[in-house]
Design a protein around this ligand. Structure first.
Ligand SMILES: [Ca+2]
Length: 211
């Protein structure tokens, strides 16, 4: 009898916790096919592009308790130490691009003169030695300033097939709504050079909205 009451109380507490979390979070997720990463006609990158950890399966943007959480689920676990990326200052990048305002911005991290609608990037980078995660804020560029890089917390799940970023909304301009995409990229040279190869997008075309 007592045991049954305790179980019922525990169940109702659990429902209350889960229910509260679901109700307050604003979550948008995009599913993406397995096996659509890389370009089968491009043999220049060897087997790097074939790796399942460059293949996006699901991307999610959520805001809960005043913090943005962005996560990428991949078709295979990200190794603790992936291979060294090819090229000088080569990098593997798992990223979100955020379009939070009207207009496009030229410059970093694109080659000079190329305009893109994204004000912010959220990135996990592997440079052959260590992982790091950061936000790149491009909004100072139009007025002659420099893009601002801010390091942010990130974590892998136990299976290492999902990476999650924690983002202070102030780092991305406190947007009430924005358009976004996720993308995995091989960078074969420094930012600003013509050496970025996209391996997978989610969604496959265009952007999606948050919330
Ligand atoms: Ca995919």
């Amino acid at each position: 009898m007592y045991r049954r009451i305790i179980i019922m109380v525990l169940a109702s507490v659990l429902i209350a916790i889960v229910g509260t979390g679901t109700a307050s979070a604003q979550t948008v997720a995009v599913q993406d096919p397995v096996g659509d990463s890389g370009n089968p006609n491009d043999q220049s990158l060897g087997s790097e592009k074939e790796q399942g950890y460059f293949d996006i399966v699901r991307a999610e943007v959520s805001k809960d308790s005043g913090t943005f959480a962005m996560s990428l689920r991949l078709a295979a676990p990200v190794p603790a130490a992936p291979p060294r990326p090819k090229g000088d200052s080569g990098m593997f990048l798992w990223a979100f691009a955020l379009d939070t305002q009207p207009g496009s911005i030229a410059g970093y991290l694109y080659p000079p003169g190329q305009k893109r609608p994204f004000e912010y990037f959220v990135l996990l980078a592997w440079d052959g030695i260590a992982f790091s995660a950061f936000v790149i804020d491009r909004t100072p560029l139009p007025s002659g300033g420099e893009a601002v890089t801010s390091y942010i917390p990130f974590s892998f799940n136990t299976a290492r097939d999902e990476v999650q970023f924690g983002i202070d909304p102030a780092l991305i301009g406190n947007p009430a709504a924005f358009e976004w995409l996720s993308v995995n990229v091989l960078r074969k040279s420094h930012f600003g050079a013509e050496a970025l190869q996209v391996l997978d997008f989610a969604p496959d075309a265009g952007t999606t909205n948050w919330p």
